[in-house]
Write a protein that binds this ligand. Structure first.
Ligand SMILES: Nc1nc2c(c(=O)[nH]1)N[C@H]1C(S)=C(S)[C@@H](COP(=O)(O)OP(=O)(O)OC[C@H]3O[C@@H](n4cnc5c(=O)[nH]c(N)nc54)[C@H](O)[C@@H]3O)O[C@H]1N2
Ligand SMILES: Nc1nc2c(c(=O)[nH]1)N[C@H]1C(S)=C(S)[C@@H](COP(=O)(O)OP(=O)(O)OC[C@H]3O[C@@H](n4cnc5c(=O)[nH]c(N)nc54)[C@H](O)[C@@H]3O)O[C@H]1N2
Ligand code: SF4
Ligand SMILES: [Mo]
Length: 745
C-alpha cells in the first residue's frame, strides 16, 4: 500500500489540534499540524508528535490481563469477560449495586465512545458511588456556573481573537495548551493580541512560560486568589465602576452581592494575597475601563479551599465590568452536539441539583452526580458492611493523581474485585483483577464531545479511524457495552449489537416520543457512538432536524468536509443559554454568600513558611505519557523549582537532592533555583512516581520521579464542590542526606 495522509483530531489534550498523519501499512511515517484546519491552523505540540510512539509503545496493552494467583496473565477478551462475570456479578447479587464504585479519569473526556458508553454503564449500574478526576480539577467551575447559569457546562471562555485585555489567573496555557478553554495555538493568538495593541497579564506564584510572553506578571500567594478577587469585586462597587450593560435585565442578586462584599476592601485583602492594594484596584479598573477585556481563571484557582468562590467571582467580575457574553469578553460557545445548554426550553430550566446524596464516611455532598475522588479510599475501607467492594477504573490513575496515593493503593488492595479499562499496567491498574485495553487511539474515530462546548470558535469537526485495528479486538465502546450486557444478566456471549440497538432506541424514545421509529430509521446508517453522534448533530442547534431543516448538519455533511465546518465566531447567548429556574443569572447564590463567612474566619490566619504548588510541562501529560521516548528525552522534568532565597535558608544549592515532608510522607526531588518562583513557594509536577512494583513501563521506570500527591491529605476539600486542595500545601524541606546529584542528561 502506498503512503496515505489522513486527517486526525488529536485526542491528547483540550486544544484538539487537527493533525495530518502519513502512514503506510499500519505504520506512522510522519505527524504534523493540519495547516488547512481553520480551527487549529496547523498548530501541533510535542505530545501530538508522540502519538506515533504511543501507537508503537511495546508496553501499551494489546490484550486483556487477568490476575491469577496474584500474577497477571494475558487472556482473550472472552476469558476476561468470563472472569468479570465470575468475580463481579456475585458481589452485586449479594450486596447490591451500591457495593460497586466507578472512577473516571481524564481521557474519558477526550474519547467520545468511551465517554458515551461509560455513561451508559453508570446508568445500568445505578450505583451513586461515582468519582472522577473532575474533583481534583475543574469541579469548582462546574459548581459555580451551575448555580449562576443553570447548567454544569455553561462555561464562558475568553474571546481571545477580539479582546484587548486578557488576565490569566492560575493557568499556564503556554505549557498546558489551555484548559476549560479549547484554544489551539495560544502562543499565536497571544502574539496577535499584543500585535493589535492588546495586553496580556498573568497572576501566578510562578513566572510561568505564559508570563514570559505576557506584558505584565504579578506574583500571588498560593490560595490567595479569593482575597484578590474579593478586593477587585469590592473595588468595582467602591469606585462606582459597575457597568452591567445589556445583562442588567437578566441579573438576580446585585444588591445582595454588593452587601456581601462590604467586608472585603482591597486594602485589607491585598496583604493576604501578597499583592499591593493599588495593583488589586488597578486590575479592577483596567477591566472596567476597557471595552473588550476578560478575566480567565484556571486550575490554580480550583485547587484551593475557596475554589468555588474563586470561580464564581471570576464570572462575577466579568459580569460587573460588562464583559460576560459580549464580544472580546467571556463568551459561551454553542456546540453542534451534546450540549445540555442547547436542549430543552431556551432561557429557563430546572437548574442543577446538588447534595441529593452524601458520601457514607465524610458525609460529603454529591455535585454533578459525583462524590469527591478524595473520599474513594475511605468509602472502600471505612464504611463497614456497606462499603465499596468492587471498582471500575475507567482511564484513571488515581494512585498518582489524587491525594494520598499510598492510602488509596492500600484501599484498592482490600477490594474484592476490580476491573480497569486502560491501556497500561500502571500504579492503579496493577491493583485490578482484569484490565481491558481498547485498540490504539489511531484506530478510533473522533469527535470532541466535551471540548466543542469550550471552544474559542464554534466548529463541527470529525475524524475517521486512521489505522485498521486488529479484527480480534473490540472497539472501546464495544468492550463497555459487553460489560453492560453482563450487568444486565445477559451473559458474556450476549448479542451486543442488538443490545446497543435496544438501548439507543430507549434513549431515542425518551427524547423523541412518538417520533422514535422515524428517528431510528433516519440514523440507521450508523451504529455505536457514531449513531449517537448522528442523533445529536441532527437534533442539535445547527442540525437538519431529521429533514425539517434540509440545510442543517448531518454526520455525513461533517464527514464530507475534511477539515470540518466552521460555524462562526462566538455569539452572545444570554438569555437563551440560561437554564436557571428564575430564567436569570444568579449573581449571589445563597450557598456562595454563606461561604464568605468562612473566608472571614481566615483573615487572621498565619501564612505558612513554605508551600508546594503544581506545574505542567509541554512534554508530559498527567501520569501516563512518561513511557514515550520522544517525550522522555531531554532534561529531567521531575524537579522542584525554588526561589534562591529559600534555597539559601535551607542550605540547598542548584541540583541538590531535597526531601519534602508532609502528611506523614517524604519524597525526594532535585531542586532548581530560579527567581521565577515567588519566595516561600515550591513548584513540583504531579503524575510521577513510576517506581511501583508490578507495573509495566520500561521507559517511565528509568526516570520514575516521585508522587507529590503522597504529601497531600485526603480530607482537605472545597466544601461546595468537593474539589481537593492540592496547591498551597505546607511542606518542610531539607537537603537529602545522601546526595545523589542527578546530572541532567
Ligand atoms: N498534585 C496534583 N495532582 C493533580 C493535578 C495537579 O495539578 N496537581 N491535576 C489533576 C488533574 S487536572 C487531572 S485531570 C487528574 C488526572 O487524573 P487521572 O485521569 O486519574 O490521571 P491520568 O494520568 O490522566 O491517567 C489517565 C489513565 O487513562 C489511561 N488511558 C489513556 N488513554 C486511554 C484510552 O484511550 N482508553 C482507556 N481506557 N484508558 C486510557 C492511562 O493509561 C491512565 O491510566 O490529575 C489531577 N492530579
Ligand atoms: N503539557 C501538558 N498539558 C496539559 C496537561 C499536562 O499534564 N501536560 N494536563 C491537562 C489537564 S488535565 C489540565 S486540567 C490542564 C490544566 O491547565 P492549566 O490550568 O493551564 O494548568 P497548569 O499549567 O498547571 O497551570 C496552573 C498554574 O497555576 C499556578 N498556581 C498554582 N497555585 C496557584 C494559586 O494558588 N493561585 C494562582 N493564581 N495560581 C496558582 C501554577 O503555578 C501554574 O502556573 O492542562 C492540560 N494540559
Ligand atoms: S496541543 Fe494538545 S491537542 Fe494539540 S497536538 Fe498537543 S497534545 Fe495534541
Ligand atoms: Mo485535568
Amino acid at each position: 500500500m502506498a503512503a496515505t495522509s489522513s486527517y486526525r483530531i488529536c485526542p491528547l489534550c483540550e486544544a484538539c489540534c487537527g493533525l495530518e498523519i502519513t502512514h503506510e501499512d499500519g505504520k506512522v511515517l510522519s505527524i504534523r499540524g493540519a495547516a488547512e484546519d481553520g480551527f487549529s491552523n496547523g498548530y501541533i505540540c510535542p505530545k501530538g508528535v508522540s502519538l506515533a510512539d504511543l501507537h508503537e509503545d511495546p508496553d501499551r496493552l494489546r490484550k486483556p490481563l487477568v490476575k491469577r494467583n496474584g500474577r497477571f496473565e494475558e487472556a482473550s477478551f472472552d476469558e476476561a469477560f468470563a472472569e468479570i462475570e465470575r468475580g463481579l456479578l456475585p458481589i452485586i447479587e449479594k450486596h447490591g449495586p451500591d457495593a460497586v464504585g466507578t472512577v473516571l479519569g481524564n481521557p474519558v473526556a477526550h474519547r467520545y465512545g468511551l465517554s458515551l458508553y461509560a455513561i451508559r454503564m453508570l446508568r445500568e449500574l445505578r450505583s451513586p458511588y461515582v468519582f472522577s478526576a473532575s474533583t481534583v480539577d475543574q469541579m469548582p467551575k462546574h459548581r459555580a456556573v451551575g448555580a449562576m447559569f443553570g447548567s454544569w457546562l455553561s462555561v464562558p471562555v475568553p474571546d481571545i481573537t477580539r479582546t484587548d485585555l486578557l488576565i490569566v489567573l492560575g493557568g499556564n496555557p503556554m505549557a498546558s495548551n489551555g484548559s476549560m478553554w479549547t484554544v489551539p495555538d495560544f502562543r499565536g493568538k497571544a502574539r496577535e493580541l499584543r500585535a493589535r495593541g492588546g495586553r496580556l497579564v498573568t497572576i501566578d506564584p510562578r513566572r510561568t512560560e505564559t508570563a514570559k510572553v505576557a506584558d505584565e506578571h504579578h506574583f500571588i500567594r498560593p490560595g490567595g486568589d479569593i482575597y484578590l478577587l474579593l478586593g477587585m469585586a469590592h473595588t468595582l462597587f467602591d469606585e462606582n465602576l459597575v457597568r452591567l450593560g445589556r445583562l442588567g435585565e437578566w441579573i438576580n442578586g446585585l444588591k445582595a452581592l454588593e452587601a456581601a462584599l462590604k467586608p472585603f476592601p482591597a486594602e485589607e485583602m491585598a496583604p493576604l494575597c501578597g499583592m499591593e492594594a493599588e495593583t488589586v484596584r488597578q486590575l479592577a479598573r483596567d477591566l472596567a475601563r476597557m471595552e473588550k477585556a476578560v478575566l480567565y481563571g484556571r486550575i490554580g484557582t480550583c485547587l484551593q479551599s475557596f475554589a468555588t468562590l474563586n470561580n464564581w467571582l471570576v464570572d462575577v467580575i466579568n459580569i460587573l465590568t460588562g464583559h460576560l457574553d459580549s464580544e472580546g469578553g467571556a463568551m459561551f460557545p454553542k456546540a453542534p452536539a451534546f450540549a445540555h445548554n442547547t436542549k430543552g426550553k431556551p432561557g429557563q430550566g430546572r437548574g442543577v441539583p446538588v447534595a441529593r446524596r452524601h458520601s457514607r464516611v465524610a458525609r460529603s455532598p454529591d455535585v454533578m452526580g459525583e462524590f469527591p475522588v478524595s473520599t474513594m479510599a475511605e468509602e472502600i475501607t471505612g464504611a463497614g458492611e456497606n462499603g465499596i467492594r468492587a471498582l471500575f477504573s475507567v482511564a484513571a490513575n488515581p494512585v498518582l493523581s489524587t491525594p494520598d496515593g499510598e492510602k488509596l493503593a492500600a484501599a484498592l488492595d482490600q477490594l474484592d474485585f476490580m476491573v480497569s479499562f486502560d491501556i497500561y499496567l500502571n500504579e492503579t491498574t496493577r491493583h485490578a483483577n482484569v484490565i481491558l485495553p481498547p485498540p490504539s487511539a489511531l484506530a478510533d474515530d473522533h469527535w470532541d464531545i466535551s471540548f466543542s462546548q469550550l471552544s474559542w470558535r464554534n466548529y463541527a469537526r470529525y475524524s475517521e479511524p486512521l489505522l485498521q485495528k486488529d479484527p480480534e479486538q473490540p472497539e472501546e465502546w464495544e468492550i463497555i457495552q459487553r460489560v453492560v450486557a453482563l450487568l444486565r444478566g445477559l451473559g458474556k456471549d450476549a448479542d451486543i449489537a442488538a443490545l446497543d440497538d435496544e438501548m439507543t432506541r430507549e434513549e431515542v424514545e425518551k427524547a423523541a416520543g412518538p417520533m422514535a421509529d422515524q428517528v431510528m430509521a433516519a440514523v440507521s446508517a450508523y451504529r455505536g457512538p457514531q449513531r449517537l453522534l448522528e442523533l445529536e448533530l441532527r437534533s442539535g442547534p445547527y442540525g437538519d432536524g431529521f429533514g425539517a431543516n434540509p440545510q442543517g448538519l448531518t454526520l455525513a455533511k461533517v464527514k464530507a468536509e475534511r477539515y470540518g465546518i466552521d460555524l462562526g465566531a462566538l455569539q452572545p447567548r444570554i438569555p437563551e443559554i440560561l437554564r436557571t429556574p428564575s430564567g436569570k443569572i444568579e449573581l449571589a447564590p445563597e450557598e456562595f454568600i454563606a461561604d464568605l463567612n468562612r473566608v472571614q474566619d481566615t483573615l487572621a490566619d498565619p501564612i505558612p513558611d513554605l508551600v508546594m504548588i503544581g506545574r505542567r510541562d509541554v512534554r508530559s501529560n498527567n501520569s501516563w505519557m512518561h513511557n514515550l521516548p520522544t517525550l522522555a528525552k531531554g532534561p529531567n522534568r521531575f524537579k522542584a523549582l525554588i526561589n534562591p532565597e529559600d534555597a539559601r535558608r535551607h542550605g540547598l544549592k542548584d541540583g541538590d537532592l531535597a526531601e519534602f515532608t508532609a502528611n506523614g510522607h517524604t519524597i525526594q526531588a532535585p531542586v532548581e533555583l530560579t527567581e521565577d518562583m515567588m519566595r516561600g513557594v515550591i513548584s513540583l509536577p504531579h503524575g510521577w512516581g513510576h517506581d511501583q512494583p508490578g507495573t509495566k513501563g520500561a521507559v517511565a521506570a528509568r526516570n520514575p520521579g516521585a508522587n507529590v500527591n503522597r504529601l497531600i491529605a485526603t480530607a482537605t476539600r472545597d466544601p461546595l464542590s468537593g474539589n481537593s486542595v492540592l496547591n498551597g500545601i505546607s511542606v518542610s524541606m531539607r537537603r537529602a542526606q545522601d546526595v545523589v546529584t542527578q546530572a541532567a542528561e
